[in-house]
Ligand binder design. Structure first.
Ligand SMILES: NC(=O)c1ccc[n+]([C@@H]2O[C@H](COP(=O)([O-])OP(=O)(O)OC[C@H]3O[C@@H](n4cnc5c(N)ncnc54)[C@H](OP(=O)(O)O)[C@@H]3O)[C@@H](O)[C@H]2O)c1
Length: 220
């Protein structure tokens, strides 16, 4: 079964992870993508049992909107501390919809239910997944000839700040005051080092907007 938030399944899933990884507990356990048939009381019972047994320390969700978080949180005692969402300069629908509120163009379509603002209001950390890929795993936009304007701007800022394109792409995510975390997936030492170094790069508001525009966005 793909998405199953029943008590038995959640407990079995954690037991399976602990066994496969040969570890005693998980720091974080996230419910991955909402189960439309979820029963919040069952989730609460599973979380209580997992925490009491010392198998999980903290909990969160993945790709949930504010009402889905509220629904789960209405039954669960433990605070849902994180939500994983796809977010980058090339996946900025949440920013676009926020800028185009009350308009009738495509950019005004809100795909996340205001999740960024919700996270800030509720002190919930967004973990930005696929920070260097465009589409749904279509490949990296960094050094991709399909995105000449964005790469030109990334390189320009990298040169100005003694960084790299990966570093600037990381800095764009971290510049947002929601205090997001960047969940990168590279197995390449050089890409990893460059990406992590972006945490030390400070972008001005203008530079943040310039990258947003270079990725093909505009203002209403
Ligand atoms: N919650 C969810 O729904 C969800 C969904 C998807 C992913 N995730 C999580 O997010 C993590 C990261 O996802 P991701 O792997 O898609 O993220 P990512 O870091 O954006 O993409 C990794 C890919 O980008 C390539 N890359 C990075 N920098 C590059 C550069 N300068 N030039 C060329 N290629 C470059 C990497 O190749 P190299 O290895 O060669 O560097 C790798 O193929 C996953 O491990 C997973 O834990 C969560």
């Amino acid at each position: 079964m793909r998405y199953d938030f029943s008590k038995d399944h959640l407990i079995e899933a954690v037991d399976g992870i602990l066994k496969r990884m040969q570890i005693d507990y998980l720091d974080f356990f996230l419910l991955h993508r909402p189960d439309p048939l979820m029963e919040p009381d069952e989730i609460a019972a599973a979380f209580d049992e997992l925490q009491a047994a010392g198998k999980v320390r903290h909990f969160g969700v993945s790709n949930c909107n504010p009402n889905q978080v509220n629904l789960i949180q209405s039954a669960v005692d433990q605070k849902l501390m994180v939500n994983q969402l796809q977010f980058s300069v090339m996946h900025a629908g949440a920013i676009r919809a926020g800028l185009h509120v009350n308009m009738e163009d495509d950019a005004s379509v809100d795909h996340d239910g205001g999740m960024i603002e919700y996270s800030r209001l509720h002190n919930m950390t967004i973990q930005a997944w696929s920070p260097y890929q465009y589409g749904l795993f279509e490949g990296p936009y960094i050094d991709n000839p399909k995105f000449p304007e964005l790469n030109k701007k990334l390189q320009e800022l990298a040169d100005a700040k003694g960084s790299t394109k990966n570093g600037i792409a990381t800095a764009w995510i971290l510049r947002h005051p929601a205090n997001m975390q960047v969940i990168l997936g590279s197995m390449n030492k050089e890409h990893l080092t460059e990406s992590i170094a972006g945490a030390d790069v400070q972008l001005t508001k203008q530079e943040w907007y310039d990258l947003y525009f270079a990725a093909g966005n505009d203002l209403p």
